[in-house]
Ligand binder design. Structure first.
Ligand SMILES: [Zn+2]
Length: 391
């Protein structure tokens, strides 16, 4: 047979199937548990469409190619000829869990069972209330615990007046840094840097900020400031970011110290953070600079400082927040750290690209907890170093 004739026949056949046949509901039995629909002939199940409608919430069964003589309208349900060949059964009450099924050994019958939910709503309401109460209690407990640790500053190093900690808020001015959800890295890191300076001062430290406002500071100038101030530590604050593909996956806190790296991820971060300096500045081979710094003794100290700071940030945040990811201590050739002849670290306080972490990062309480941890890390490092020198 010709393929076109075959197709034509198939077409006619299918039209016949779907439009040729009309099913009639001849009788409807109703009791408190179910509605029984008696058809004039066997009714195909795939003609039934079951769905829910809201406001008010209702269960709907649409029966295609079906006719009914009279509509039925009761308190809990309605059966009507909705359109020319569609009969609609609507169950109004949320108390019922309705389901349509064909009883065994009866081809022409469909039943819609109305299983009572046994006020399932009130049960679920209670469960929700219980969960909420539990969560609130846990929150209160964590807050109490947090208050305790904030008061208790373990490590109090002896601080001399000439010991300045330089705090470097990354980017600034036209250099926005990373952007996520309309929020800019330069704004976030300035907020955190200011909080850190305040916290360290509260603990008796002397601090100096490479920028206190939204202005652009050359990377080379930042380390020069540290040298001029004879800083004992150099702490650079940044926020991380990834492209669309990993936006919802990657989050967490990472601390970097200067070192040549083979780690691809560190290289990626370094490449992004170095972008501002690669533009326009002199073309010194970066390897020459890095090598000269690498040969200095500060790498070990920077590494120690990084470990202390990273560990204490994570510890502090985890006491109050769930899902804090420890990205660990990494090494990377950051230009901002090049030339700083003192323990120097760069903290990526979180991913501005990650929606949930971004929300947290811009939250004042979160910033406070993060900064406390950071300051604890600084204090602990200085305390241990002092102990080493004293020995
Ligand atoms: Zn940055």
């Amino acid at each position: 047979m010709n393929i076109y004739i075959k197709l034509l026949l198939l077409f006619i056949f299918s039209i016949n199937l779907s439009y040729g046949q009309i099913y009639k509901i001849e009788k409807i039995d109703i009791n408190s548990k179910e509605i029984s629909l008696h058809f004039n002939k066997e009714y195909p199940k795939h003609y039934i469409r079951h769905f829910k409608l809201l406001n008010p919430s209702r269960d709907v069964f649409d029966l295609k190619h079906t006719k009914i003589n009279h509509s039925i309208h009761k308190k809990y349900f309605k059966i009507q000829q909705l359109k020319y060949q569609i009969v609609r059964v609507t169950i109004f009450s949320k108390k019922f869990k309705s389901r349509i099924y064909k009883p065994l050994f009866s081809h022409k019958l469909y039943r819609i069972s109305l299983t009572k939910y046994l006020s399932i709503e009130s049960i679920s309401d209670n469960i929700i209330k219980k969960i909420r109460r539990k969560r609130e209690l846990a929150k209160k407990r964590r807050a109490k615990h947090y208050k305790k640790i904030v008061k208790f500053i373990k490590y109090k190093p002896n601080i001399k007046s000439n010991e300045v900690i330089v705090i470097d808020a990354g980017h600034g001015g036209y250099d926005t840094g990373a952007i996520g959800g309309g929020k800019r890295e330069k704004d976030l890191v300035l907020m955190i840097a200011k909080k850190l300076s305040k916290e360290l001062k509260r603990r008796g430290h002397h601090t100096y900020m490479t920028r206190k406002s939204n202005k652009f500071v050359k990377l080379s100038k930042r380390t020069k400031i540290a040298n001029r101030k004879k800083a004992i530590l150099f702490i650079s604050i940044h926020a991380n970011s990834v492209g669309k593909k990993h936006r919802n996956k990657l989050h967490g806190i990472e601390t970097f110290f200067l070192q040549k790296t083979r780690d691809a991820k560190s290289k990626r971060v370094a490449k992004r953070e170095n972008r501002a300096v690669l533009k326009g500045t002199n073309r010194l081979s970066k390897n020459v600079i890095i090598d000269s710094v690498l040969s200095g003794p500060k790498i070990v100290e920077s590494n120690k400082l990084a470990i202390s700071v990273q560990g204490n940030i994570i510890k502090s945040l985890r006491q109050k927040y769930k899902g804090i990811r420890d990205g660990g201590v990494r090494s990377a050739p950051f230009w901002v750290l090049v030339g700083a002849s003192r323990p120097s670290i760069l903290i990526e306080v979180g991913y501005i690209s990650h929606p949930k972490e971004r929300k947290r990062l811009f939250n004042k309480t979160y910033q406070k907890v993060l900064v406390k941890g950071l300051a604890n890390g600084v204090d602990k490092y200085l305390y241990n170093r002092k102990k080493e020198i004293d020995l």
